[in-house]
Ligand binder design. Structure first.
Ligand code: K1U
Ligand code: ZN
Length: 169
């Protein structure tokens, strides 16, 4: 297993649209275990392959308190969305230190392959639903700050670029 490095906003690679995974093989299973290790080490509740510069439709999620219920969603597709939406506070490992409200469906059903290549439908609500929608956006090249006003987004961009400059000094 290996720790992967996470792309930081406004890295343009975060806007790449991911392609479907063509086979759930040993390469994909190694990527899954590296992504899980990376997510746990960063204290995240989710991670999309896009964030580790792999542009394939794969996400990992664990919203459990005990950090022992990993979910692997390969080629995830929304098959049902609730009628209602709710504003939730979100964060992102690619935009460290920034939290803001984003409207998401209250609940979603997602069809995906698991790490064994088996097709499953996951019924998600609450934090799991929010996290899955956030991660699926990453696969479309969308970062949560794109839901915020242009003013807020530009302030975040400037802050991130300044932090990066200070980091390399
Ligand atoms: O995609 C990511 O970068 C992971 C992200 C997932 C996420 C968190 C909160 C709402 C939606 C999606 C994170 O894990 S951010 C860090 C975090 O652990 C966290 C932040 C806010 C609430 C709960 C957890
Ligand atoms: Zn994110």
């Amino acid at each position: 297993m290996a720790l992967l490095s996470i792309l930081c906003y406004p890295d343009p690679r975060l806007h790449t649209v991911a392609k479907p995974v063509t086979a759930v093989d040993a390469r994909v299973r190694l990527l899954v275990s590296d992504m899980l290790q990376t997510m746990y080490e960063a204290s995240g509740i989710g991670l999309a392959a896009t964030q580790v510069d792999v542009h394939e439709r794969l996400i990992v999620v664990d919203v459990s308190q005990e950090r022992d219920q990993p979910l692997v969603l390969i080629n995830p597709e929304l098959v049902w969305t609730s009628p209602g939406k709710r504003l939730n506070e979100e964060g992102c490992l690619s935009v460290p230190g920034i939290y803001d409200g984003v409207e998401r469906f209250d609940a979603v059903h997602v069809r995906a392959l698991d790490a064994q290549g088996k097709s499953r439908v996951i019924e998600a609500c609450d934090l799991l639903a929010v996290c899955v929608q956030h991660e699926m956006d990453h696969l479309l090249g969308k970062v949560f700050v794109e839901y915020l006003s242009p003013l807020k987004r530009n302030r975040i961009k400037t802050k991130m670029l300044k932090a990066r400059r200070e980091d390399v000094r």
